[in-house]
Design a protein around this ligand. Structure first.
Ligand SMILES: [Zn+2]
Length: 191
């Protein structure tokens, strides 16, 4: 491919989110702990151009977690930003995560529901962690849609991301590719 083509492709650059190992562990462990119920939490990190670096994922302790959808007290978001503004280090509130769980025969997916899209804040990163009972063990990998997939004990975990650029009535969203080199390995790793 020529440099010229690369230039034209710029508009189609996918949005990526890199999970640190602590963020990955927090998302997966809170989702597994509440399996059959949904968990919700917030993401702290750095937002760049077409890229999010997720340093921490913190479950909301008081989330009103139910089968349909977990909701949060919006005051908490303001409180978290107050704390972060004082500590800074360049970290900020960058979005939310929540889990999806299986209902009877319908497996959990990483696709945002209508309720999810109705409450999505434009410009924020949204991560969905889908938890199902596993059929077989797999090692952690990123599929071609940018969904991070792996198994832990009896569970199959899928972590997907989405993003809404600006408020729209059509509920349009873009997928965010989730990466976590700490668990998938780095392709060019020497050894
Ligand atoms: Zn959802």
């Amino acid at each position: 491919m020529t440099a010229d083509n690369e230039e034209k492709k710029k508009v189609a650059i996918p949005i990526e989110a890199y999970l640190s190992l602590p963020a990955f562990l927090a998302v997966v462990s809170s989702a597994v702990e509440t399996f059959r119920k949904e968990t919700i939490g917030y993401l702290v990190g750095i937002k760049g151009e077409n890229k999010f670096m997720v340093e921490y994922a913190i479950p909301y302790q008081t989330a009103d977690s139910g089968f349909v959808h977990a909701t949060i007290d919006m005051d908490r978001v303001a409180r978290i930003n107050d704390i972060l503004n004082k500590l800074s280090q360049g970290l900020e509130f960058i979005g939310d995560y929540h889990s999806h769980t299986a209902f009877g025969d319908s497996p959990a997916t990483v696709i945002p529901s209508h309720t999810d899209l109705a409450s999505t804040v434009p410009g924020e990163l949204n991560i969905i962690c889908a938890v199902n009972l596993k059929k077989r063990a797999v090692r952690w990998y990123e599929n071609n849609q940018g969904v991070l997939i792996g198994t832990i004990r009896e569970y199959r975990i899928e972590i997907g991301g989405y993003y809404v650029e600006k408020p729209t009535i059509g509920k349009k969203y873009e997928r965010v590719r989730i990466k976590c080199p700490a668990v998938t390995g780095i392709p060019e790793e020497k050894k």
